[in-house]
Design a protein around this ligand. Structure first.
Ligand code: ATP
Ligand code: MG
Length: 571
């Protein structure tokens, strides 16, 4: 491709609405243009990279025996009503005005419809079907460029199995394929075990990349071997101590003490003697949650523990129920003070299990109780892991301190089980002639995310630094000094020879821009190797090669250039 006649609308200025590097660079490098919020046109350079990512995905999916098909984006709304997902997706789902159709945000329903009509026996499974296809989601805040589009390309695959063991196998095949795909794309990723309770599945993992552009918060060990969403992450932290003797309860006056730090200072005790109370509603039930010291309650964990929505109790409601303000609430005597109808639940974080000689609120403003033994002095309904981990705490698999980072989800693998088959009555006859629901898995990868994440991980102040696996072109041939006939002739010859040799080359043959301008563009577009044809070097029979990633320059005999370039690709 020639720069002079190609469609590569580069721009100098960073667009104001683009805040993350990949978004800025994709616009500056003439890769994408926004047609509407979250809706992008993919221009030729961009689409070349997309095709490379898609080819890697195809190869690895084919290698696990997956079969490619292509499903429609338009989908009858009835199907989505039957699975309850019109409601579940809510405003994310795009509806059509003049037909009872939706624009599919994913394809479990359609796959299930196919399976229901065409799979009738255990003998016809396992099956893995995949497609690389456009998805539509009315994302509320599409502001990260193609990382979160309202229309995007997904590789989605679905496994159909007759046994749960079969599902495990299909899932593992995907996990292996995903590792290969992201490694081949040169992405530095980690795998997060996700809690999939809400979606009704039996297991799921997310493939994530660390990035400030991410919207998920992940705790990850130094070697990436342990990663978990902070909503479920745990760490190795010591439990509160238990003394051999539980001392007698004692009420103390603690005037104007508002925080745990003030309390620890006022009573000159260690934080691990303090049981902090926070009060929530779980549906209509008030729940006192005890946390150790300054540990922060994780609402997501509380929600999982309660099995329902939770929200902090209103200050005035708490006062009305207990006669005390938030800072003075505690487990001792709480149920006795509050109306029986309130049915107060008391739960505590695992770190407090079995602790004694603790200090907590007295359910009376400006008073605390000392020497509480949680087993002797009150009834804790249940202990759960409820705390938010802190950076620097030891990883649960003992691989050093955890970091808390932002992450972008590249892919997701999910054991769906029979949720969709149950809803849509997709059944088969098992070995004993008994009807069973088909067991499904679903697996997604975002094509745009591969490219945008790659750019997030590989760029500098001058532009993109493509990995060979995803680069739109492997070589950027730059003719320097375009007033010189020798340079023009030599670079034209080289361009033809490179193409004849099957090398992917972008040729900056422009005669109306300065060499400096061309070099800037070459760095911005970021092809792995720049092949520079200049008059001075030519006079010595040499061509200059610059490695974009390292800036390293070398000079190669013109005669052996093609062989040399081939060896660069193979490295
Ligand atoms: P997120 O939490 O980031 O919204 P998701 O959980 O909704 O992701 P899935 O439904 O699992 O994502 O979709 C599978 C894959 O499709 C994701 O792993 C991601 O790579 C990609 N993807 C999802 N939503 C978008 C989007 N709006 N724009 C681009 N890619 C997306
Ligand atoms: Mg989403």
């Amino acid at each position: 491709m020639r720069v002079s006649s190609g469609f590569i609308p580069t721009v100098k200025e960073t667009p104001a609405d683009a805040v993350i590097p990949s978004h800025q660079l994709m616009i500056r490098a003439g890769m994408v243009r926004a047609l509407a919020a979250g809706v992008y046109a993919y221009l030729p350079l961009c689409y070349r990279s997309f095709k490379k990512a898609m080819e890697i995905i195809r190869q690895e999916m084919d290698a696990i025996g997956a079969q490619e098909l292509h499903l429609p984006a338009l989908s009858p709304i009835e199907l989505w009503e039957e699975t309850g997902r019109v409601k579940a997706f809510g405003d994310i789902l795009f509806h059509l005005k003049n037909r009872p159709l939706v624009l599919a945000p994913t394809h479990e329903e359609v796959i299930c419809w196919l399976a229901k009509n065409h799979i009738s026996s255990y003998k016809e499974m396992p099956q893995i079907w995949y497609q690389i296809q456009t998805k539509f989601r009315n994302e509320p805040r599409p502001r990260s460029g193609v990382l979160r589009g309202r229309q995007f390309i997904m590789k989605d695959s679905y496994s159909l199995d007759s046994t749960w063991n079969g599902l495990d196998k299909s899932y593992d095949l995907h996990a292996q394929a995903y590792k290969k795909i992201f490694a081949r794309c040169g992405l530095n990723f980690f795998i997060v075990g996700a809690s999939s309770g809400a979606m009704g599945g039996t297991g799921s993992q997310e493939f994530m990349m660390e990035s400030n552009a991410g919207e998920d918060i992940i705790a990850v060990s130094a070697d990436n071997s342990n990663a978990a969403n902070v909503e479920v992450a745990t760490s190795r932290v010591p439990a509160a101590p238990r003394d051999s003797e539980s001392k007698a309860l004692k009420e103390v006056r603690t005037p104007n003490i508002k925080t745990i730090d003030q309390l620890a200072e006022f009573l000159t005790v260690d934080h691990n003697r303090l049981a902090k109370s926070v009060v929530y509603w779980a549906d209509e039930t008030p729940v006192l949650v005890l946390m150790l010291g300054n540990d922060e309650l994780n609402e997501a964990k509380l929600m999982t523990a309660m099995g329902t929505e939770v929200r902090p109790i209103e200050a005035e409601k708490l006062l009305a129920l207990t006669g005390a303000d938030g800072g003075s609430i505690g487990p001792v005597g709480l149920r006795e003070r509050t109306p029986a109808s309130a049915k107060f639940k008391i739960v505590a974080d695992n770190r407090l299990r079995g602790a004694n000689n603790l200090i907590s609120g007295a359910n009376k403003n400006d008073f605390h109780i000392m020497n509480i033994d949680l087993e002797r002095d009150c009834t804790i309904d249940s202990y759960y892991d409820l705390r938010t981990i802190n950076p620097g705490e030891e990883s649960p698999n003992d691989t050093g301190p955890l970091r808390v980072v932002k992450g972008v989800e590249l892919g997701h693998i999910f054991k769906l089980g029979t949720k969709y088959a149950d809803a849509l009555h997709a059944k088969f006859l098992d070995e004993n002639g008994k009807e069973q629901p088909i067991i499904m898995g679903s697996y997604g990868i975002g094509v745009e995310r591969i490219i945008a994440c790659h750019i997030e991980q590989n760029h500098d102040e001058n532009g993109i630094i493509w990995d060979k696996s995803l680069a739109p072109f492997m070589f950027h041939l730059v003719a320097v000094g375009t007033k010189s006939k020798t340079v023009i002739e030599a670079s034209e010859q080289l361009y033809a020879a490179m193409q004849a040799a099957g090398l992917e080359v972008l040729f900056d043959d422009r005669t109306d821009v300065s060499p400096g301008f061309k070099f800037k563009d070459a760095d911005l577009l970021g092809m792995p190797f720049q092949v520079i044809v200049g008059e001075k070097n030519l006079a010595q029979g040499k061509i200059e090669i610059k490695v974009r990633k390292t800036g390293e320059r070398s000079f190669v005999e013109k005669e052996s250039l093609i062989l040399h370039l081939k060896s660069l690709i193979e490295d």
